[in-house]
Design a protein around this ligand. Structure first.
Ligand SMILES: [Zn+2]
Length: 214
């Protein structure tokens, strides 16, 4: 077990929950809930699980799920913009939905579209849906997300949010072994304040952040 929070590097964290498989901690500074790195899957094990996900652009239910982020993000943008879908997975779909609305969207995924060149640019918007809960090194990966966004640009996230320890103990979301970093409203408020972002919780699991211009 490392001795600092993997998101904010504080050493102020404590046990939060324990189940049959894993031990969970919560940071007292940024309120991230995280697992003991000893329970991380290997990259091969992780990829094998993602390949079983049956998300595809032909799935009407998946499109409806993603419309909860595509619609509010599109409304924020007055004209066609260029973006990146970070963590697009094996069946990129949100990118197609935003392209249907006139935007252009590049793809990056560490397992399925490992195009490092996509990370050497900046964008008007970055989307990251059902992906940040998989971050093993959220300090580095969050920093990377923020660095990809132009001043005044948008970061649109989907991830389910931690409420409290009691709800956490009954939460199916924690049982996915690829889920290792659990964010809450408090965590996003901390990050927004620290990193110069405005944050808007537009749904239970939909978060829109905007990088301030100055
Ligand atoms: Zn922390």
């Amino acid at each position: 077990m490392s001795h600092t929070c993997p998101l904010c590097a504080s050493d102020n964290f404590a046990d939060f929950h324990q189940d049959k498989r894993r031990r969970y901690f919560r940071c007292g500074h940024c309120f991230l809930v995280f697992v003991d790195p000893a329970s991380f899957l290997s990259a091969d094990e992780e990829k094998a699980i993602y390949q079983q996900h049956e998300n595809s652009p032909d799935d009407v239910g998946y499109r409806q799920f993603l419309s909860r982020i595509a619609e509010p993000l599109h409304k924020c943008m007055p004209s066609a913009q260029s973006g990146l879908d970070f963590g697009c997975g094996p069946g990129p779909t949100l990118s197609l939905m935003l392209e249907d609305k006139g935007h252009s969207v590049a793809l990056y995924d560490p397992f399925f579209v490992p195009d490092g060149a996509a990370l050497n640019k900046t964008y008007d918007f970055v989307t990251c849906t059902e992906a940040i809960e998989h971050f093993h090194y959220p300090k580095r990966e969050w920093g990377q997300l923020i660095s990809l966004i132009k001043p005044g640009g948008w970061l649109a996230l989907m991830t389910k949010l931690v409420k409290d320890a009691e709800a956490f103990s009954r939460w199916h979301y924690k049982n996915d072994p690829t889920h290792v970093s659990f964010f809450s409203r408090e965590t996003f408020r901390f990050l927004a304040d620290r990193d110069g972002l405005d944050v808007d919780f537009v749904g239970n699991d939909v978060i829109l952040l905007r990088k301030k211009t100055a």
